[in-house]
Design a protein around this ligand. Structure first.
Ligand SMILES: Cc1ncc(COP(=O)(O)O)c(C=O)c1O
Length: 388
């Protein structure tokens, strides 16, 4: 009998991967499945980025790199932060990691232990709660409400902070809701955090470049008063359709850089060298592929939200960012899991139950509109037929 660490019982998972596996199994059986479950762009990585990786391999970049990433890449990230967020950051504070997830894993492990509280968005990306509990800390949900377009209320968040709170996780634009927190709420939150200097902030801004008209991204990095306790998470996965390359980065407060680097050395040593050179090309090369992708998402966003609102028992807010719609499905009389299952098995449409994103996701289903408009329309028709 193998005896595992008790912690293994506390670690959760990301159901989207299970839905993907089931959808693929059904496809193999010959079923025609429309996948609106998976959270990755349906676009290809821009060709010039692929070429940069091939060039790097041909040029002999086959070995380990410095653990935080090659300097030209960290300098390119610093220029990018200035370009899009208007903030000057020293490359010394930038750590390149194998995907955005690694930053959240490190940040949560750095602060989490029994007796500690870590606040996280609910419904939210499931890995936050999973890793918080794995660390032994108490996961304290920050409710994101449909009636507030899935923003938080700054006063409610501040009211939940206790002497034991060490880390507050924020995510805007958000998975799974597509919610984008308005500037006035962020201003109020940052002002209130002045009263709680013991609380660090992990701002997951992986969807920062995927926002729509009227929802300009507000980065926590633009608040100098947070510089000594803000961990900014971003990366290449969503913006440049690079989920499989495993490329992410973080800006760490000066005092935490050494600890984060030590975690990286213990864990992955460094990111794939060729991918790092592709990352430079993505940031510094033409940005038209990003604009084209976001314009396509915008058209699909309106199509899917209008279509969902026309379905009996569905009610859907217009998301401000990312590529997810998160309709309220309580009117169908089914719970989220049951509806997810019937949509996949009977209508051939893969989606993810809101409960996969936390307890407060009950009554909702996540649709990823990273699929073409014809498939989105066909999925809506199939769902309409099923609900009748
Ligand atoms: C909110 C959020 N943060 C982080 C990630 C992880 O990104 P990566 O694939 O770069 O690890 C995702 C991916 O779905 C996400 O939705």
């Amino acid at each position: 009998m193998l005896k595992l660490s008790e912690k293994m019982n506390w670690l959760g998972t990301e159901t989207a991967f299970e839905v993907l596996a089931r959808a693929e199994a059904l496809s193999r059986e010959g079923r025609d499945i429309i996948n609106l479950g998976i959270g990755q762009p349906d676009f290809k990585t821009p060709p010039h980025v692929v070429e940069a990786a091939i060039r790097a391999l041909r040029n002999g970049h086959h070995g380990y790199t410095p653990s935080p990433g090659v300097l030209p890449l960290r300098e390119a990230v610093a220029r990018d932060l200035f370009r899009w967020r208007g903030v000057e950051v020293s490359p010394e504070r930038i750590l390149v990691v194998p995907g955005g997830k690694v930053t959240m894993f490190f940040a949560i492990l750095m602060f989490g232990e029994p007796g500690v509280e870590i606040m996280y968005p609910n419904p939210g990306f499931p890995i936050y709660q999973s890793v918080i509990e794995f660390s032994g800390a108490t996961a304290v949900p920050v409710p994101l409400l449909e009636e507030c377009d899935f923003s938080f209320d700054a006063d409610d968040v501040l009211g939940q902070i206790t002497a034991n709170t060490r880390l507050l996780i924020l995510n805007s634009p958000a998975n799974p809701t597509g919610g984008a927190v308005p500037k006035y709420q962020i201003d109020r939150l940052v002002a209130g955090l002045a009263e709680h200097p013991h609380v660090a902030v992990l701002s997951d801004e992986i969807y920062s470049r995927i926002t729509y008209k009227g929802h300009k991204h507000v980065s926590l990095l633009t608040f100098p008063e947070l510089a000594d306790r803000l961990i900014l998470l971003d990366g290449w996965s969503k913006t440049y359709a690079m989920t499989g390359w495993r490329m992410g980065y973080a800006v760490w407060p000066e005092a935490l850089v050494e600890g984060a680097t030590r975690l990286a050395v213990n864990c992955h040593s460094c990111v794939n060298a060729a991918a790092q050179y592709a990352g430079i090309s993505a940031l510094e090369g033409p940005q038209e592929p990003v604009t084209t992708m976001v314009d396509a998402f915008d058209e699909r966003r309106r199509a899917i939200v209008n279509g969902l609102n026309a379905l009996p028992g569905f009610r859907c807010r217009m998301p401000g960012g990312a590529f997810y719609a998160f309709p309220n499905i309580a009117g169908t009389g089914l719970d989220a899991r049951a509806l997810q299952s019937r949509l996949l098995e009977e209508a051939g449409v893969a989606t993810v139950a809101g409960t996969s994103f936390g307890r407060l996701g009950e009554g909702f289903i996540r649709f990823s509109y990273a699929n073409n408009i014809e498939n989105i329309q066909a999925a809506l028709e199939r769902i309409g037929a099923l609900l009748e």
